[in-house]
Design a protein around this ligand. Sequence first.
Ligand code: GAL
Length: 686
Amino acid sequence: MPSLTPYPHIIHGCDYNPEQWLHSPEILKQDIELMKQANINSVSIGIFAWAALEPEEGRYELDWLAEIVDRLWENGITSVMATPSGAKPVWMSHKYPEIRRVSASRIRDLQGGRHNHCYTSPVYREKVRAINTKLAERFANHPGVILWHISNEIQGECHCELCQAAFREWLKERYGTLDALNLAWWTSFWSHTYTDWSQIESPAPNGENSIHGLTLDWKRFCTHQTYTFFENEIAPIKAANPNAKVTMNLMGFYDGIDYWKMSKLLDVVSWDCYPAWHTQQDGDETYNAFWADAYSDICRSMLGKPYLLMENTPSQTNWQGICRPKTWGFHRLTAISHLAHGADSIQYFQWRQGRGGAEKFHGAVMTHANRTDTRVFQEVRGLGETLKRLDALCGAKTDAKIAMLYDIESHWAVNDAQGPRNDGIGDNDLMLRMYLPFWTAGYAVDFVSPDMDFSGYHLLCVPMLYLLRNDIAARIRNYVKQGGTVVLTMHTGVVDEHDLCYMGDTPAEGLAELAGIRVLEIDPLYDDEYETLRITKAPFPLAESYRLERLCERITAEGAEVLGVYEHGNPCMPDEMPCLTRNSFGRGTAYYAAAFAEDRFYSDFLLSLAERLGIQPALDTAFPHGVTAQRRTAQDGTAFWFLMNWTREQKAVTLPFALKDYETDKIYQNKLPLPPYGAKILVRAN
Ligand code: GAL
């Protein structure tokens, strides 16, 4: 893959807000010198600078920004140029109330905060286009501007009249007639039939919230509206320079909009990673780390190429319950883990702590002390030394043979449904439980949306695909027919794309036939209730039994081989009800796991399956608890291995072959020691 930009280094950057310091030129002067000392080679600039760029309507002041961007570039520091739409200027909010967001209960915001504009407002779109045009004319061809950072953490929804009207138009386009809409939304339920398009309103806590098709379409509409808003943002940039690259900083598992769809507009995916580090007394960070790495894998998978870590804190946030700073050396570990999972950058929020405002205590490379001998500054500088030597890693690939299907529409639908478990259905939790063993054992996993091609993977995991489009079902069947292996789980293929329950056997659309089973009913357990899966026929090494929780689907085998049954202690329940099955279909195999199981089950089952399918982890060795590994292959063919120790204990890894520490050139033949929270970048010894 060609590297992201003509700037062929791993980006070591930060959010830079010089607009907060225009009154202190001496600080701005110091900044560049200090950035160089910290080995910062890029800044994200202008993110919330609209008031400084357009202090009054139509009066644009870009010289100050141009001067800083030039000076940065003269000093070898590139700019990721942001568009400022994430926060609107006060004058604009007052002059054009329509740009202020209206909540679901139909209350319009006062001016304040950020991330709270209306995506539909023609005025806001026009104002955004105008400022972006000015910025693009000035910077789109600037050699120091390597990327455009569109808005900031695009999120939320607006329920104003403009949005309602746009929603109705979108629905007309989608359904054509009200009859079709009424049928698709099942509005005869509770007499909610619409007789005029004008009666349709977005979901509201004090209004309509019992029509699931409406809620689902509203979320799709919000994505659509955000998408067209984004198109409007990037048009002037691409017009000024068709080769300009754009990104949007995603917020992890935020589910307000469909990021898969948004990613189609991006040249590179980036995300802001803020786990609540140091929440465990024993210092074991595996839980936070695997959550973060899972989302990094999603970002890498979206475009099938490296992502950027647009934001992380070099020390602490200011918005978590308890805002602990990353402990000594821990920042390096988290950064190397991002590189391991496909990042081509390590960027911070933020360069310098502001003196006022809500984020004055958020961690930054430069703190209020304004000194370079702080621990954080020195750790950032040290990491920068490492990154400087990693040019070869830019654009390096991850070769995953395992795919995890992650469908946001299904996530929306299953969480909107009332029943069978309103106290947390756990779809994302199940997905992460299925991801965890691969992460632990050093396998690379790609996440795929239902629209992506998964035919090349050796193993496809499909956790709780409650909403099942018929085209996806057909592709899953075809994948298995052609020789693929799929793992399906409970509560799959229950509703169609309108959130209408399928009639007939489930999992619907031929997935029951694929799995050789049929669902009889689903039994949600109370939080303190458990059942047991007893393995009756292990096709590969499995324990005798596993604990089950949350959701137990009762199924009947219709052709599938039963590998495990329920052991339930319920005298009323028939014996030997299947719980885990396997079915041959065409040239491939479909497994069906009918109940939500303890972690150990997914670990034993999925890792045995991966091994049986000949899928290789990054390093073929048994890692001690808390140590993980990944591999990336550089464009010149060099393989890089990354080892991370997420515990406060000293660990040692047995190596299957000799590896060389990329930073120190030290060669490890058999055993590689990893200090507490240690991380290593390695290449082959010879
Ligand atoms: C991000 C946001 C930044 C900053 C940061 C603080 O969500 O994009 O502007 O607020 O959080 O952690």
